[in-house]
Each structure stands twice: as C-alpha cells, then as structure tokens.
Design a protein around this ligand. Structure first.
Ligand SMILES: [Fe+2]
Ligand SMILES: [Fe+2]
Length: 357
C-alpha cells in the first residue's frame, strides 16, 4: 500500500482550504499503488451531547456535532464511510443518545460507531446498542481490516458492586480527574475475540484499530490510559502495518510503540488542556476541578478542529487545522522512525504547557 496525500488534492476536489479551516471532523485517506483503490473515511468524535431539561441541550456541543455532520456531507472526495469515535452522550441518558442519534441521522454516509465511557456507564451500553449495534466488531474495506473495540470497560467490582445507583456510577466515571473512577480496559473476553478475529487476516493486511481510549498508557489520573494495553498490543504485534485511532483525549496526541502507530482525533465538543507533564508523579498532577476547561469559553469552536490523516505504508501523517491556532502537522519521520510534530521540533516554536496552578 502506498499513500499520496496533499491538501491541494482535496482543494482541487472542490473544497477551498479556507472553508475547511474549522471543520470539527477528521478525514482519513488510504491510498494504494493502484489509485482506483484509494479511499477515504471521515472520523467524528466526542460530541458529549448534554441534556439540560425538556428539549434543551447544551448548545455548543449540539452545534459541534451538527456542523461536523453537515461538513461531512459536503466532503469531496466523498468518504466511503464515517467512524463515530465515542462519547456521543455526556451522561448516557436516553434523551442524550436519542438527540445524538437524531443529529447523526442527517449523515449521508454509513456510520460505524465506537463506544465511549460517557455513553456506557449509565446502563452499560444497553440503549446505545439498540441504536447503534454491537460494541465489538470488525469489517473489511478495500483490502484494509478494521477492528472496533470497546476499550472503556473496567473491573466487575467497580462496575457492579461499588455504586448504589447506575446514575452515581455514570457520574463517577464522567469526571476527568475523579479519583473514584477506574482505569479502562479491553478485557479478556474481547482480547480473545480479537485473537480469533485476526486469525483469518493475512499479516501483510493493513490493520486500523478503532478504540475510544488510547490503547496505550499516557496519563492514568485522567484515564488517558488502557490498563491491558500491552496485552492488546501483543495481539497486534504480528501484523506489519497497524494503526490505532482513538478519541477520548480531546487533544492532539501521537506515538509509536513497536509496529503500532497511534494517533488521536479531535473532539467536536471541547478541548482538554495539556497537563504540565504527563509524568505520573504526584507533584506533576494538574489541578483540574472545572469539568469543561476551555481556553476561550465565548468561542464555541475554540481548540476543536479538524485533521486530515494520511497513511503511508501503514504510517500516519496528520495535518491539523485549528481555529485561531497555527496549523500543525504530525508526520512520520523515517529517519527517527517515529511520528513527530513537525513545527514543534524547533524549540523556538514550542508553546509552554498550560499552567493550572
Ligand atoms: Fe470525550
Ligand atoms: Fe471518553
């Protein structure tokens, strides 16, 4: 598989770059040596539709998703399908999931859904399943094997025994920096399923694994973390071209572990700040007690944005357009053999981490 990607190509296809500058979606393009095989898919994530009362919902989150769907319908080339990356709802209620599903129903493309913790912990995914189908599944598309995992499960003790009500369970898991939360995991049952699912797949077939939480360990205290990440990575190890795309973190992240390239996608709702450090030392923990910390609360698209992701021979190059921020590009550096944020390799251009003290 080879990949050729340029923003100009998308511009030529009918969308002016300026018009794309605030799209709260991601567009992924997989291109092959035979260009007839090229395809794109779009990725929308983390809308956190939040019910107030009656027919009232938090406007900003509604607007982020509506806009993403509208823009998705206008994309040229047309994406072959759309991934919804999880956290459609804020507290997993029927009104939120119904409202989210209604907004998504305007999408003209087939949508594959990924489970987020905000969708799950009220009724353990029951109503979500009625609307969107299974939590774990795979599909093949033009020579690429896609796997969707529910990565936000946790221990039975936490899920079934600790909380007097389902609502309290949901509220505890919904807090970003809540010590009463519990680390996410894929769990043994899905890992066994994954092994079986991949048995029939040729080791040269490109894999795209879609999860909500990162299938790697970044920052436990905010649950930017999957507890059995190493075990999942071990199952993916025999494959030559593996990409993990995830939501949940509401910010730009990228990494490579062994053969696996990791990239996050943007949220349509709000950004999470970058902690002063992702180090798991107590002295580095950010103080964060405001659930929706926005750099500019009066600009509803602040620090959301869109990205084009190109996969070149199984590697991800991502170009981010961020309203009121410099464009950023995370590209695979073949010399260092890892993805790098291109501009931020220049120390003069680095932006110091946000200070929350
Ligand atoms: Fe989220
Ligand atoms: Fe999440």
């Amino acid at each position: 598989m080879s990949f050729k990607f340029s923003r100009r190509e998308f511009g030529k296809a009918g969308l002016a770059a300026g018009a794309l500058a605030t799209l709260p979606i991601s567009l992924v393009r997989l291109a092959f040596a035979d260009s007839a095989q090229d395809f794109t898919f779009a990725y929308i994530s983390d809308s956190h539709i939040q019910h107030i009362k009656g027919k009232e919902f938090v406007r900003n989150w509604d607007q982020g998703l509506k806009r993403a769907v509208a823009e998705c319908n206008l994309l040229l080339p047309k994406p072959d399908f759309v991934i919804y990356g999880g956290d459609l709802a804020q507290l997993g209620t029927k009104p939120e999931l119904d409202h989210g599903a209604e907004i998504m129903s305007a999408c003209k493309h087939k949508v594959h859904y990924v489970m987020g913790e905000h969708d799950y912990y009220l009724d353990l995914g029951e109503y979500w399943s009625k609307l969107f189908g299974p939590h774990t599944y795979s599909f093949d598309h033009k020579g690429v094997h896609f796997v969707v995992l529910n990565s936000i499960l946790t221990t039975d003790e936490w899920t079934f025994k600790r909380w007097p009500t389902a609502k309290q369970r949901m509220d505890e898991m919904a807090g970003l920096d809540n010590p009463n939360g519990s680390p996410f995991m894929v769990g043994e049952k899905q890992r066994e399923w994954l092994k079986k699912d991949l048995e029939k797949v040729d080791k040269n077939t490109p894999l795209v694994v879609l999860s909500h939480s990162p299938l790697q360990k970044i920052f436990k205290n905010w649950n930017f973390w999957t507890d059995d990440a190493e075990q999942v990575q071990a199952i993916l190890k025999p494959f030559k071209k593996v990409n993990v795309l995830y939501g949940h973190v509401h910010q730009i992240q990228y990494n490579k572990i062994g053969n696996i390239a990791f990239n996050s996608v943007m949220a349509t709702a709000w950004p999470w700040p970058y902690p002063q450090s992702y180090a798991l030392a107590e002295s580095h923990l950010p103080v964060l007690t405001v659930p929706m910390n926005r750099a500019d609360p009066f600009f509803e698209r602040d620090a959301t944005g869109w990205q084009f992701i190109g996969m070149n021979s199984g590697r991800v190059n991502a170009t981010f357009q961020l309203p009121d921020n410099d464009t950023r590009k995370v590209a695979y550096n073949t010399k260092t053999d890892k993805p790098e944020d291109v501009s931020f390799q220049d120390p003069a251009k680095r932006i110091p981490p946000q200070n929350h003290y």
